[in-house]
Design a protein around this ligand. Sequence first.
Ligand SMILES: Nc1ncnc2c1ncn2[C@@H]1O[C@H](COP(=O)(O)OP(=O)(O)O)[C@@H](O)[C@H]1O
Ligand SMILES: [Mg+2]
Length: 498
Amino acid sequence: MKWYQRLPVKLAILFYITFALTVISFAIISIWAIRENTHRSVRESLVFNANFWESYLKRESALVTPFSQEEHALSDFATHFGIRLSLIDSAGLVLFDSSVPQNQLKNLENHLSRPEIQQSLKDLFGENIRKSKSVDISLFYVAKHIPGTIYIKDLGNVSFIRVSYTLSSLNDYYKTYMIVILVVSILLLVGGIVIYKYLADRFAEPVLKMVNVARQITKGELQERIEVTSSDELGFLGKSINTMAEKLVEDIKKLKKLERVRSEFLANTSHELKTPIFTIQGFVETLLDGAIDDHEVNRNFLLKIHKNSIHLNNLVSDLIEISKIETGELKMNFEQVNLEDLIDDVFDSLVDKATERGIHLETDYQTSDMKTWADPVRLRQVFTNLIDNAIKYSDQGSVTVHAEKTRYNELKISVSDNGVGIPEEHLGRIFERFYRIDKHRSKDLGGTGLGLAIVKHILEAHHTKIKVVSKPGEGTTFSFTMIIKPVSSPELEMEDEE
Ligand SMILES: Nc1ncnc2c1ncn2[C@@H]1O[C@H](COP(=O)(O)OP(=O)(O)O)[C@@H](O)[C@H]1O
Ligand SMILES: [Mg+2]
């Protein structure tokens, strides 16, 4: 990053430009205002002066007093007022000028074309500021037009009274102001650099801190946190970054756990697969080594090989099933399912196994409406697994499928047995893959330890959750609820109304 791309520098420059523009505008405006103001007061006093001269010249005695006597008075007055007075006739001829001797007047140019004279012809009063031709000094001229003219003895008819004021004294006055304004402005501009640099640094400081922490977080130092001190947008940003970092930490934990579960599953899977394969291999080798001719054991060995191959087949089927569900490859096909028929079917397929173990299969329906919204193939799998477990892990008694409506008009279904039960410490884990409380019993009965994991997955895909309550020695109940109708989207509902 180049120095001028850094936030505090940008901020300082931005702040400073704004500030400098303000200072400069203020300086210009004040200089202009002072100028305007003084010009206005000069204009006012010159207008007052012209009016005064008009009344003075119009007084009775002027008509009779010879002008040679008036001349001194006019010049004196003009000097006292600090102005220059010119009396001009309608042709633009200068009849009197307080700063030009009377005998040199004829050398003066005709004044009719002067801007203030021209303007006064239109507006009664006219004004102009310009450098005098004779002296290098700026003068403020005000002319008053007297349409009726004033007759002055020995002089003629005065048509314009023009008064002017030297601005040189005013210029000094400006200069003082301007110097003050300039000095103050320069001080402000110079001081501003220091102040704004400080302010920008202060302002950018929390942002820079955030950037630092964010940089560290991106580098993987997820334990870094921004110290949030303000409750403004910056504070919010800081909090957000912290929350993001926390979420990242959580996500990473989850990922790591997932990773662990995966590799555990992989290790378990290969172990589970190896066991029947090795067993089969062992028996086959023993048979090949001669046991095949031993009529006492050969049949027994083959039965064991058979049993293990069945187990291997179950294992592979369940694994394929579980991986399909987990990868999302298996799409659910929802439709209206009559649970009563479905459970009857499952009972039919398991009744022999149950009878063999001296177990009754029973139903207990508290509702006549047994319809539900589900994937029939998957739901059948759920019931098969649950009822199969109930049969397997019982030594007598009955297995009951119970159904009732909940107050939310859902179907609550449970599968209970009076079997061996599940000790409390195992309750939380039986849905894990390959988790079996009694491995030998499970295996003997053709279990893979994947049944409940599959059940849990399928019910999750049905947006419901399986619960289990159990008392060792007394029995176990698995239960879940199913919706009766599909959850309709708003569009469908609207169509229904139409
Ligand atoms: N109804 C039940 N009564 C007692 N224990 C059960 C019952 N259902 C499941 N279990 C326990 O949960 C474990 C996991 O069940 P499951 O995933 O179906 O595997 P499997 O039936 O292949 O052993 C079983 O091995 C068993 O220990
Ligand atoms: Mg099972």
